[in-house]
Design a protein around this ligand. Sequence first.
Ligand code: OFO
Length: 169
Amino acid sequence: MISQEMEKAFNSQINAELYSEYLYLSMKAYVSRLNLPGFINWFDVQVQEEHAHAMGMFDYVISRGGKIELLAIDKPETDWESPLEVFEHVLKHEQLVTSLINKLMDVAESSHDRAALSFLDWYLKEQVEEEKNVGNVLATLRLIKNDANALLLLDKDLATRVFNPPIIA
Ligand code: OFO
């Protein structure tokens, strides 16, 4: 059985993951306006990943006999100046999510909930991957500056990203 404190912390993290899904959906809409199919694909995969992150926690809370309480999802931003600004926002957002996962692990630690800690280990590793991947795209975008041809090459590269449903255990 999950403690009430853990249950509350998981419900709030589910909300953060669903907000991430919403934010990336909004970013997908923005890059769609720029007509960049590779960027659209990248955000499409990101949206699916965030949904999977939320559902992984959703299923976990239920499996531990906890109660799911879905909270209101904030409205994400809708406009950015450029693909560079979008990815700067993505990195900042992922860094925030990493800090939220760390806080969730703090709650698990103080509740002596080793099962939750072990479950959350996957999320921590995922955050390291997320920050690394986003950081790579961001570094390329910083090099590209206003070079439209280089941007189109990056777009081709981002078109190859594929969603692999994660096995969260
Ligand atoms: Fe769920 O990892 Fe991004 O936010």
